[in-house]
Ligand binder design. Structure first.
Ligand code: CO
Length: 208
C-alpha cells in the first residue's frame, strides 16, 4: 500500500465533505455528542461507523482483539467510564463478528505469547458454556456460537461495572449485543435480555 495515497484520499475527502456542507469541519470542531458507545473487534474487515452508516460525531468507538470488556483493562474501562459518565451515552453496544481470528485462536491449543492472557478470557467463556458448545457438532457453527456467547459475556462484564449500573438506574441506559455477519454484511441483534441478565447477576455484582 502506498501511504501517499492516504493523504491524497484525505484531500479528496475534505473536498467531498465541504461540497455538501461548507461548515462541516467548523461544526465538527465544536465538540461531540454521541448517543452510542460501540465496542468492537480490531479486525480490519469490521469497521464501526461504515457498517452502521453513521457519520463522525455519532458514535464513540473502542476496538480491541475480539471485542473484550475486561475489568482490569484500563483502556476499555476508561472508555466505558468516559462515554457513560461524561458523554452520557444511553446505549452501549458490544459487537462481535463471525470468523473472528481472536475467538478462533482461543479455540485452539497454541501458545501465543502475550496474547495468552487476553485470549484466556474467551477460553473462560467456552468453559462457562461448555455443554452447549460441545453439543454442536459442526465446527463452524460451534465457532459462530462462541462468537455470540462471547458477545453475551462481554455484555455481562459491562453490567458488572458501577458506571453501567448507575446509569441504568438514573436514566435507563441499555446494553446491546450484536454480531456482524462478515459473510453477508448483515448486522444481527442478538436480542440479549438486558433486564434478565441484570436480575441474574445483580445479586452477586451489585456495587451500589
Ligand atoms: Co475479530
Amino acid at each position: 500500500m502506498q501511504l501517499d495515497k492516504i493523504f491524497e484520499n484525505n484531500k479528496q475527502w475534505i473536498i467531498d465533505k465541504l461540497s455538501v456542507d461548507a461548515d462541516y469541519f467548523s461544526n465538527l470542531g465544536k465538540g461531540q455528542n454521541p448517543e452510542l458507545l460501540y465496542i468492537g473487534c480490531s479486525d480490519s474487515r469490521v469497521t464501526a461507523e461504515d457498517l452502521m452508516g453513521l457519520q463522525p460525531g455519532e458514535v464513540f468507538v473502542h476496538r480491541n482483539i475480539a471485542n473484550m470488556v475486561i475489568s482490569i483493562d484500563l483502556n476499555v474501562m476508561s472508555v466505558v467510564n468516559y462515554a457513560i459518565n461524561h458523554l452520557k451515552v444511553n446505549h452501549v453496544v458490544v459487537c462481535g463478528h463471525y470468523a473472528c481470528g481472536g475467538v478462533k485462536a482461543a479455540m485452539q491449543a497454541a501458545d501465543l505469547g502475550i496474547l495468552n492472557p487476553w485470549l484466556r478470557n474467551i477460553r473462560d467463556v467456552y468453559r462457562i458454556h461448555k455443554n452447549e458448545l460441545k453439543a454442536i457438532e459442526n465446527e463452524e457453527r460451534r465457532y459462530d456460537r462462541l462468537v455470540e456467547l462471547n458477545v453475551q459475556e462481554q455484555c455481562i462484564n459491562l453490567i458488572k461495572t458501577a458506571a453501567v449500573q448507575q446509569a441504568y438506574r438514573e436514566r435507563g441506559l441499555q446494553v446491546h449485543g450484536w454480531v456482524f455477519d462478515i459473510h453477508s454484511g448483515k448486522l444481527i441483534d442478538l436480542k440479549i435480555d438486558f433486564n434478565k441478565l441484570l436480575e441474574n447477576i445483580m445479586e452477586i455484582y451489585r456495587l451500589s
